[in-house]
Write a protein that binds this ligand. Structure first.
Ligand SMILES: C[S@@+](CC[C@H](N)C(=O)[O-])C[C@H]1O[C@@H](n2cnc3c(N)ncnc32)[C@H](O)[C@@H]1O
Length: 385
C-alpha cells in the first residue's frame, strides 16, 4: 500500500491491499438514458456534463478509463478531475427519507465495513484526480477520525492542508448529557504539492473591522498594506500615505470603502438551507450552496472538471454550473437522480438560488447499472453477457 507511513497505520478486518482494489474493481460502461434539455445535439468531441445513476465504485473505475483515453481534460490541458467534493453517508445507521416519506438512501454500513467502503472509493478518486487536483471530504464526529487516518495513508500526510470546521445553524438537537453537536469537518487534501489554490476573502462589510483578522488596504487601486492586521505597522504606513495624498487622517469609512474583506480561514459559519430558503430542495442532508461555492472557488477555475460521486440533491453540480465549471455527479438513489435532474433544469443564477433563471448547460443521464457483483463474479462469461 503506497504512502502508508511505516511506523503506524490503521488496521482492521476486511482491509484489502490497494493494488487489489485498483485491479479488481469492475468497470461498468455508462449507458446513456436521456439528454437534458431534450433534443440537445452535441458536436463531435464536445464535453458533456454527466449525471450517473449507479454505485460510484464501478462508476469511478469507468471514469478512470475515460481519463486514460484523454476524455477528461481541463482547460490547462491536464487530464483528470480537478476537484472532488464528497459528502458520503456518515455511518449514522439511519434511513433517510424525503418529506413525502420517499426513500432517499440507507446509511447502514458499520465499523470496518464503512471504513473500507469509503477507502475503496478514495483510492480510485486519487487515481482520477489531475496531477494538480484536490479533494474535500465531508464527515461528522462519528467516523471522522478513522477516515482522517485513511486519507493520510492514501494521499500522504504532507498533502493534508486543512480540517475545515463547518459550523451550521438551525438543525441540531439539544441533548441533556453532552454539548449539542453543531459542526462537521471537511478535510482538504491535494494529490501532489503543486495543487491549485486561490485565497479568498469574506466580503461581508457588516462584519466590520475585526482586530484579529487580516486586511488588504487598497485606495485608488493602490495597495498600501497587504495582509496587515489592523494594528500592524503597515497600517500606520497606510495612514501616513493617506495623509500625504488626501491631506487628512483616514476615517474608518475610508478603509471600509476599499475593504477587501477578511481572508477566509478554516472555521466556516454558514447556515443550513432552511425550509423557506429558495435553495431548499426536498432531499435530506442537503448542504448549503455557499459552502460548496467556497470550495469550488478555492481549488478550480472556469471549465475545470468537478466531481461529486455522493451527489444527493446535486448541490455540487448546481454550484459548479453557476460558477461555469464542468461537472460529473453520481448517486445510487433514484430519488437523488430525480431530484438532481429537476434541480439542474430550474437553477437561478445566484448562490442561494436567487436572481434570474440560469439556462442549464446540457447534460446526459447515464445508467451505470445496479448489479449484485458477488453473484456476477460467480457467473460464467456466457451468462454474464
Ligand atoms: C449525505 S448525502 C449527500 C448530500 C449532498 N451533499 C447534498 O448537498 O445534497 C449522501 C449521498 O450518497 C449516496 N450514496 C451512498 N452510497 C453510494 C454509492 N455507493 N454510490 C453512489 N452514491 C451513494 C446516497 O444515495 C446519498 O444521496
Amino acid at each position: 500500500m503506497a504512502d502508508i507511513p511505516k511506523e503506524y497505520y490503521l488496521q482492521y478486518a476486511c482491509k484489502t491491499p490497494e493494488q487489489d482494489i485498483l485491479a479488481d474493481t469492475r468497470s461498468v460502461p455508462f449507458q446513456p438514458v436521456k439528454v437534458f434539455p431534450e433534443n440537445t445535439k452535441f458536436k463531435e468531441g464536445e464535453w458533456q456534463n454527466m449525471l450517473i445513476f449507479g454505485d460510484n465504485l464501478q462508476a469511478l473505475k469507468h471514469l478512470l478509463k475515460l481519463k486514460k483515453e484523454g476524455k477528461l481534460k481541463n482547460p490547462d490541458g491536464s487530464d483528470g478531475i480537478k476537484l472532488v467534493y464528497i459528502d458520503p453517508p456518515f455511518a449514522t445507521e439511519e434511513d433517510f427519507q424525503g418529506s413525502q416519506d420517499q426513500k432517499a438512501y440507507y446509511d447502514k454500513l458499520k465499523g470496518s465495513e464503512f471504513i473500507e467502503f469509503i477507502r475503496k472509493r478514495l483510492i480510485l478518486i486519487k487515481e482520477l484526480l489531475s496531477d494538480d487536483g484536490s479533494i474535500f471530504v465531508h464527515l461528522d464526529w462519528k467516523k471522522d477520525h478513522y477516515i482522517k487516518i485513511i486519507l493520510d495513508e492514501i494521499f500522504g500526510e504532507n498533502n493534508f492542508h486543512n480540517e475545515i470546521i463547518w459550523e451550521y445553524q438551525g438543525s441540531w438537537v439539544e441533548p441533556k448529557n453532552y454539548f449539542p453537536r453543531r459542526h462537521n469537518m471537511i478535510h482538504f487534501y491535494s494529490k501532489n504539492q503543486n495543487y491549485f489554490f486561490k485565497r479568498d476573502y469574506e466580503n461581508d462589510i457588516n462584519a466590520g473591522i475585526n482586530f484579529n483578522r487580516w486586511y488588504d488596504f487598497i485606495e485608488n487601486n493602490k495597495i498600501y498594506a497587504r495582509n496587515a492586521p489592523y494594528h500592524d505597522q503597515r497600517f500606520k504606513t497606510y495612514v501616513d500615505n493617506f495623509k500625504k495624498e488626501f491631506g487628512r487622517t483616514p476615517k474608518e469609512n475610508d478603509i471600509i470603502i476599499d475593504f477587501k474583506g477578511s481572508v477566509i480561514g478554516d472555521v466556516w459559519y454558514i447556515k443550513v438551507a432552511d425550509p423557506k430558503s429558495p435553495e431548499k430542495i426536498d432531499y435530506p442532508t442537503q448542504k448549503p450552496e455557499k459552502l460548496i461555492e467556497r470550495i469550488i472557488r478555492a481549488c478550480s477555475v472556469k471549465n475545470d472538471i468537478i466531481l461529486d460521486c455522493f451527489a444527493g440533491s446535486g448541490t455540487t453540480g448546481a454550484v459548479a454550473e453557476k460558477l461555469g465549471r464542468k461537472w460529473i455527479m453520481c448517486d445510487v438513489g433514484k430519488l437523488s437522480i430525480f431530484t438532481i435532474t429537476k434541480r439542474m433544469l430550474n437553477l437561478k443564477e445566484e448562490i442561494g438560488n436567487k436572481g434570474n433563471t440560469l439556462k442549464p448547460t446540457a447534460f446526459v443521464l447515464y445508467n451505470a447499472g445496479l448489479y449484485v457483483y458477488n453473484l456476477i463474479d460467480k457467473m460464467c462469461e456466457e451468462d454474464y453477457k
